[in-house]
Design a protein around this ligand. Structure first.
Ligand SMILES: Nc1ncnc2c1ncn2[C@@H]1O[C@H](COP(=O)(O)OP(=O)(O)OP(=O)(O)O)[C@@H](O)[C@H]1O
Ligand SMILES: [Mg+2]
Length: 378
C-alpha cells in the first residue's frame, strides 16, 4: 500500500512538472511578442522619455524571462526532460571561459578572481556542468565583500574535485541544506546582493542529472568552499574546434533581404514584421495553415519558422519550401520548445535553432550568418 501511495505521489509530481512546462511554454509566447514590440519601440522612440520608459519595460520583461527560464529549467530537470549529452573535454578551457565571464563583475567589486590552470579532462555534459559552476562562481562573487574567489581542480585518485572557494560572508552550519531549496535566500545573503534564490536549486538538480556530488564547507564570516566531485576521464587527443562557423560580421546590413516568417500566433508575426522591417528587410508572413504555395509568391532569402504550428511542424514547412525553392534555402527555427528531439530533427535538416523568447541581437547575428551572400548589399 505504501509503495502504491508513493507511486501515486510520484505520478502527481510528474504531472505537476509537465503542467508547469506546458504553462511555461504558453507564457513564453506572448512574452516573446512583447519583447519584439518593445525592441522596435526602443528603436523608434529614441532617447526621449518614451524611449526610457520602453527600456525599463524591456528590462522588466527580461526579469520575467529570467525567472520563468529558471523555473522551467528546474521543472525540465525534474521531469527528466533534459538529457545529458556527455562528451570528454578539458576542464581548463571551461573554467577559463567562466573566469572570463565573471572577471568584470569581480573587478567591479574589487575582488580577485583566480582560475588555477589544470590539465584534467572529464566526461559529462559540458553545458550543464558549465551552468552548475557558473552558479557557484556567481554566488562566490556576490556573497564576498573583500578578498578573493578561487576556482581550482584537484585530482583525488579516479575522481576530480572542482573547488569554488571564496572569502565571503559564509553560511551557518544549520543552513547548509536549506540553501539548496528553491526560492530560499538567507537574510545575510539578501543584505549583500540581489537574487531569486534559484541558483543553488538548479545546481542541485544538475548534480542529480549528471550524478555528481556537491560538498560544502563554510565558516560564517570567513568564507565558503563548494566542491563538485566527478570521475576523471582519460585525457584525449585535443579536439580541433570545428571551424565551420562563418566569420560573424555584426555590423553587416540585412537591408533588402526578403524574409518569410511562419508562426501560428498573429501577434508574433506582427512583432517580427515590425522588428525585421526596422532592419530594412521585406517581410512575408504565413500563419502555418492553409495554402503555403499560394501565399508565398516570392522566393524568400531566409525563412524564420516556429516549430509548433497548427498541424504541420515548422521543420516540415521548411522542408516543403526547400523542395520548391532549392535545398540550400537558408532557414532558422525559432521555438520555445527546448527538447532534444526538436534539436536533433533540426540538426538533421541543417536548420539552426534559436529559442524563444527571441533576443533581437541573437536573431540578427544568426541571420547575418545564414543569409545568402549575394542578395544583401553590405
Ligand atoms: N558562496 C556563498 N557564500 C555565502 N552565502 C551563500 C553563498 N552561496 C549561496 N549563499 C546563500 O544561499 C542563498 C541561496 O543561493 P542561490 O544561488 O540559490 O540563490 P541567490 O544567489 O540568492 O539567487 P540566484 O537565483 O540569483 O542565484 C543565497 O541567497 C545566499 O544567502
Ligand atoms: Mg545564486
Amino acid at each position: 500500500e505504501l509503495a502504491q501511495a508513493q507511486m501515486l505521489a510520484e505520478e502527481a509530481n510528474l504531472g505537476k512538472t509537465r503542467f508547469l512546462a506546458a504553462a511555461g511554454h504558453d507564457i513564453l509566447q506572448p512574452l516573446n511578442a512583447a519583447r519584439l514590440y518593445c525592441s522596435s519601440l526602443i528603436e523608434k522612440a529614441g532617447k526621449g522619455r518614451a524611449g526610457k520608459a520602453a527600456i525599463n519595460i524591456e528590462s522588466s520583461l527580461e526579469s520575467v524571462e529570467t525567472i520563468l527560464g529558471a523555473v522551467l529549467d528546474i521543472s525540465r530537470l525534474d521531469a527528466g526532460a533534459m538529457k545529458p549529452d556527455d562528451t570528454v573535454f578539458s576542464l581548463d578551457e571551461l573554467l577559463r571561459q567562466i573566469g572570463n565571464d565573471f572577471q568584470p563583475l569581480a573587478a567591479e567589486r574589487k575582488l580577485g578572481l583566480t582560475i588555477v590552470p589544470s590539465s584534467l579532462s572529464v566526461m559529462t555534459d559540458r553545458n550543464l556542468l558549465r551552468r552548475l559552476i557558473q552558479n557557484l562562481v556567481s554566488n562566490a562573487v556576490k556573497y564576498t565583500r573583500r578578498g578573493h574567489v578561487l576556482v581550482g581542480v584537484r585530482r583525488r585518485g579516479e575522481l576530480v574535485e572542482i573547488q569554488v572557494i571564496d572569502t565571503g560572508i559564509g553560511i551557518a552550519g544549520d543552513k547548509l541544506n536549506t540553501v539548496f531549496r528553491e526560492f530560499t535566500r538567507l537574510d545575510e545573503g539578501a543584505r549583500e546582493a540581489e537574487g531569486l534564490g534559484l541558483g543553488l536549486s538548479i545546481v542541485d538538480r544538475i548534480a542529480r542529472v549528471l550524478r555528481l556530488e556537491i560538498r560544502i564547507f563554510s565558516s560564517p564570516g570567513k568564507g565558503t568552499r563548494f566542491s563538485v566531485i566527478l570521475p576523471v576521464a582519460a585525457a584525449q587527443e585535443p579536439r580541433r574546434e570545428i571551424a565551420a562557423k562563418a566569420p560573424v560580421r555584426t555590423a553587416a546590413s540585412l537591408a533588402g533581404l526578403r524574409v518569410l516568417c511562419i508562426d501560428n500566433d498573429a501577434r508574433i508575426l506582427d512583432g517580427m514584421r515590425l522588428l525585421l522591417e526596422g532592419w530594412g528587410c521585406s517581410v512575408d508572413t504565413f500563419s502555418g495553415s492553409g495554402d503555403l504555395e499560394g501565399s508565398v509568391m516570392h522566393r524568400p532569402d531566409i525563412v524564420l519558422a516556429d516549430y509548433h504550428l497548427d498541424g504541420e511542424t515548422g521543420l516540415e514547412m521548411i522542408a516543403k519550401l526547400r523542395a520548391i525553392h532549392g535545398p540550400d534555402m537558408p532557414a532558422v527555427l525559432v521555438t520555445a520548445d527546448r527538447s532534444s528531439e526538436v534539436r536533433a530533427t533540426a540538426a538533421r535538416l541543417d536548420v539552426p535553432v534559436i529559442n524563444k523568447p527571441l533576443k533581437p541581437a541573437v536573431l540578427r547575428s544568426m541571420m547575418v550568418r545564414v543569409r545568402p551572400l549575394a542578395s544583401a548589399a553590405e
